[in-house]
Design a protein around this ligand. Structure first.
Ligand code: AMP
Length: 471
């Protein structure tokens, strides 16, 4: 993570966790959410089956450590639970939009938590509203809840299948009723979701690092277009519509989002990042004295670069882990100081040296610009910026909020123009083919729309990015 200041940085997305059949379900969910905190720092919530008929909910704005007291966790004592961490976008930053969402559907309660972005949510919402649905939040999850409610006579699994058959875009979804846990992934499989087992119980989570935190053993990923129903009789798999050609796993999960200790589609994130760094060194070598990475997300790529280039890796920037996302200071001078609080150059490492600075991505260019300046102030002789991904040119409509097109530094600029704006001596990006190569398998199995603009699920042509709700 190299987010500098919240109002300057692109937004994160969401993390989801569900568990069925474990006597300490709420405790393992709490652990799981800690492990998924990097996927969303604005709100957190847990819904738990506290009796055979009742779901209790605790959710609030803030980090997992701020939202749940020891007493909350005791009060949520349960054998099945669902958890969510969220970073919302414009207009969505309020406790009503915190998840899980718990609603009544006929005679049962259902809790839902979602990661992704539905491209036809606005259209569906309008249609639902004109036929009488009343919405309490602006989150996509509520659209799914209303769609499912209309089919509730069919039972939960069928109603979820019917609802998911109508939504388009990116989602990983978990739902909990007193009778079962459900987990679904959109037919393109944009967002990751995996299954694990723990002491006879089942877990589903955005990333395998949450399985590790809960002491669970990885079973497999939820497949694109698969809906899993889990209850005391075990797990059954159903299909959401027909398979749609190649899957489109988001490559940015490997580049930046996911934690390095997670495995996605059988590939370890750290190893993929390290390979990206190796390719970067091979494709964009430069004579230098030291390689350093921007903590934490770029360290893997930076070590790969150093190994391949035969240049020593050193810690050139130190990150303060105790600065929350709400740390905002207006004004340039204070802002600059705020950055130094968060990331401080190690003068002894960079002074009078030619430094290769590896970062995983350049989105608006704010981070690079500030870091180059800080390293120069700390005495670096040359700064060679190496980015372990291609130029980020197109907004993501599938669950990652990286601003509108105009805010993306690479949308209308070539590499030389970007270099001059951020002030580095040299700048190089990795090619798209290198990214899919490092991730492995068929290059067509990944979504690279942010680099190439080839959106696999058509986006809302009327869509104003800033008003789309993501989670
Ligand atoms: P920027 O400063 O806008 O160029 O953002 C790029 C920096 O933010 C890089 O150092 C990334 O590690 C990090 N980053 C990239 N994408 C995201 C995102 N969606 N949310 C938060 N940080 C991000």
């Amino acid at each position: 993570m190299t987010v500098l200041l919240p109002d300057d940085s692109p937004r994160d997305e969401c993390g989801i966790f569900g568990i069925w059949g474990h006597e300490k379900a709420q405790v393992l969910t709490h652990f799981g959410l800690y492990a998924l905190q990097h996927r969303g720092q604005e709100s957190a919530g847990i819904a738990a089956r506290v009796s055979p008929e009742r779901l209790a909910l605790r959710r609030d704005m803030g980090l997992v450590s701020e939202v749940f007291s020891a007493e909350d966790i005791r009060d949520l004592e349960s054998d099945a639970a669902l958890g969510h961490v969220r970073y919302s976008t414009t207009g969505g930053s309020s406790v009503e939009n915190a998840q899980p969402l718990v609603v009544r559907m006929k005679s049962t309660s259902i809790a839902l938590a979602h990661n992704g972005n539905l491209v036809n949510a606005r259209e569906l919402r309008r249609a639902l509203e004109s036929s009488g649905s009343i919405f309490q939040t602006s989150a996509d999850t509520e659209v799914v809840a209303h769609l499912a409610a209309r089919e509730s006579d069919k039972g939960i699994r069928e109603s979820l299948l019917a609802a998911l058959g109508q939504v388009q875009g990116a989602y990983a979804l978990v739902a909990l009723t007193p009778d079962g846990l459900f987990a679904a992934r959109d037919p393109n499989g944009f967002r990751p979701l995996c299954i694990g087992r723990v002491a006879g119980g089942w877990i589903v989570a955005s990333e395998t690092c949450a399985l590790d935190a809960a002491g669970a053993v990885f079973v497999r990923d939820v497949g694109p277009g698969e809906l899993l129903s889990i209850d005391d009789d075990g797990m059954t798999s159903s299909r959401i519509g027909e398979p749609r050609g190649n899957p489109s796993l988001c490559v940015f999960e490997y580049i930046y989002f996911a934690r390095p200790d997670s495995d996605i589609a059988g590939q370890n994130v750290h190893q993929v990042r390290k390979q990206l760094g190796r390719y970067l060194a091979r494709d964009h070598h430069v004579e230098a004295d030291v390689v350093t990475g921007v903590p934490d997300s770029s360290i893997s790529a930076a070590t790969g670069y150093a190994e391949e280039a035969g240049i020593p890796y050193e810690m050139g920037l130190v990150r303060n882990r105790y600065i929350g996302r709400t740390f905002i200071q207006p004004g340039d001078e204070l802002r600059q100081r705020g950055v130094k609080l968060k990331l401080n150059p190690l003068r002894k490492v960079v002074q009078d040296r030619r430094v290769v600075l590896v970062d995983d991505s350049v989105v608006r260019g704010t981070t690079s610009k500030i870091l180059v300046r800080l390293l120069r102030e700390a005495g670096a002789r040359e700064i060679h910026l190496r980015i372990s991904s291609p130029p980020y040119r197109y907004p993501c409509y599938y669950g990652i909020d990286t601003s509108s097109r105009g805010q993306l530094i690479a949308s209308e600029r070539n590499v030389e123009e970007i270099r001059s704006m951020v002030g580095a001596d040299t700048l190089a990006f990795l090619g798209v083919e290198r990214v899919t190569q490092a991730a492995g398998g068929d290059p067509d199995d990944y979504c690279v729309a942010c680099f190439q603009g080839d959106y696999r699920v058509p986006i809302d042509p009327m869509g104003d990015k800033s008003s789309l709700e993501e989670s």
